[in-house]
Design a protein around this ligand. Structure first.
Ligand SMILES: [Zn+2]
Length: 96
């Protein structure tokens, strides 16, 4: 099966493996110490910016139209900013 849905499911499985590994104590990765749901919330807040922020999508498309399939160099700035805010909010709410 080589459909876009298959591709998305595969990406989600890989992302899930990443954050499941990174929440483990001693992983020294960005989600260490978070619960699975907190890590998932953080990941989704990051990906939601890529998928829904019209200014980010516009900038990505304009950059890629000029530079082939290379990602825009600063495309992770706003996603990281939002994800960091969500992580701080989760720490405050969940006492992490
Ligand atoms: Zn990203």
């Amino acid at each position: 099966m080589d459909t876009i849905i298959h591709y998305i499911v595969q990406m989600m499985e890989e992302a899930q493996l990443y954050y499941i590994e990174s929440i483990k104590e001693g992983s020294k990765l960005k989600y260490e110490g978070m619960t699975e749901n907190e890590a998932l919330g953080s990941v989704l807040s990051h990906e939601a910016v890529h998928c829904t922020d019209i200014n980010e999508i516009d900038a990505d498309l304009k950059y890629e139209s000029k530079h082939g399939r290379h990602p825009r160099p600063n495309r992770e700035d706003k996603t990281k900013e939002i994800e960091d805010k969500i992580k701080e909010e989760l720490k405050r709410l969940c006492g992490m």
